[in-house]
Structures are given as structure tokens and as C-alpha cells.
Design a protein around this ligand. Sequence first.
Ligand code: SF4
Length: 235
Amino acid sequence: MNLTEIEEEVNKRFHAGVRKWMEEENAKRDTSYFHVTSLVYKCKRKVWYESQYYDLVNKVDDASLSRMWIGTKLHETPISEMHEFPVWFQFEGASVGGRIDEIMEIDGKKFIIDKKFVSYIPKEANEHYMEQVTFYAALYYLQKGVFVDGIGIHYYKPTASYDDEGGKERTFIKLLTQEEILKFTDYIKDMVGDISNHIKNHTLPDPYQSWYCKYCPYRLSCAVDSKEFIEPKGA
Ligand code: SF4
């Protein structure tokens, strides 16, 4: 092997290592409940596919896998007493659950904080991410009967250089009213009840087309205008 071939071999082994990590994550994945991280895309069809055919390792390219791997490593580091807090709720025979990155008290107020690994620090918090954390606030209320005071996103850019004027991290906080949290609890119940009925009847939920479709691991199986059951490719 020449030096170039050896360098390529190292790259290959890195990607093989990340793919092996994903295989292990897949094997651990509990598909007996709907995951908040899936529900937040608002597409019942995606949640349906995921609950029936969870196997991301064969559907995701190397670059996406590496991003997922780095994101997982970032989440391993606790920054509060309630790190990776499990939330869980059962409704009409179906369950929905997830893990809250961090729950922390600051100045007498309780906040749910989600950590995001990014390639650039945004000027405003991404609306979709804020919605995701509001989901967690609603689920936390359904499980514990406790309203949090607010939510936040902590963005972290691991590859920032020393002369990067934008800085390498930024946190956005939003206060939430109890009404806003309750609105999301209704939304969660509607979604869970509907997907659950589709699973029982072996029918496909309607698609919800959004910016996310081009990243959706099920996009090759999903005929967005179809209500026919379609076996996911590679299932
Ligand atoms: S491709 Fe879009 S519409 Fe189809 S399952 Fe995925 S998110 Fe839903």
C-alpha cells in the first residue's frame, strides 16, 4: 500500500467504526413506543414507518451517520442534575417517550434544555427545535404533573476556530405559559391516538410533507400521495 492508500484505509476504518456504532444503537432501539424525536416532524407516516421498520443503518449515508455519532457524543456530557431524564406517557394503549437532555433550575425557574451540535451558530433559535423542546415540556407535564417555566436550546459548534468571531456556542431561552404546554399535550394525544389506530388497522397514515422529507430515511418507501401500504425498501 502507498501512503495515499493507507490514508484512505484509515478513513474507511473510521466510517466502518461509526457504522458499527449505529448497528449497536439500532439493536438497542425500543420500538414499542413512539419517540418524541420522531413525532416532532409532524409526519404520522414517518412515525408509523419508524415504529414498524426501525433500521437506520442501511438507510443513512456515511456523512449523516457521522453527524449522528458526534451529536450522540455531545449528549453524553451532563450539565445538570437531571441529565438524560426519561419521559414517558401512555394513551389509548400506545406509549410515547423520550429523553430530555437537561432539566435545570436557574434563578428559581425550571428549564428544559436541549443541546444541539451545529456547523454554524444561528442568529435565532430554530423554530422546529423549539417545538421539539415544547413537546418535551408537554410530556414532562403529562408524566409528572409539573409545568416548567421555560425551554432553551444550547447550540455548540465544535469546530470553531480561535478567530471565529461568531463564537462557538450560544443559548436561546423562551418562557412558556401553561396554556402553551397544554396545547401541546392535546396535540400529542391526537397524534398518538391516530397513529395507533393506523397500526392496528394496518393502514398508512397520511404523509406530512415538509423540509424534512429530503432527509427522511423512509423517503424512498414513502409515496407521499399514496394511502396504500408500501413495504419499506430493505425491510
Ligand atoms: S418522506 Fe416526508 S411525507 Fe414521507 S414519511 Fe418521510 S417525512 Fe413523511
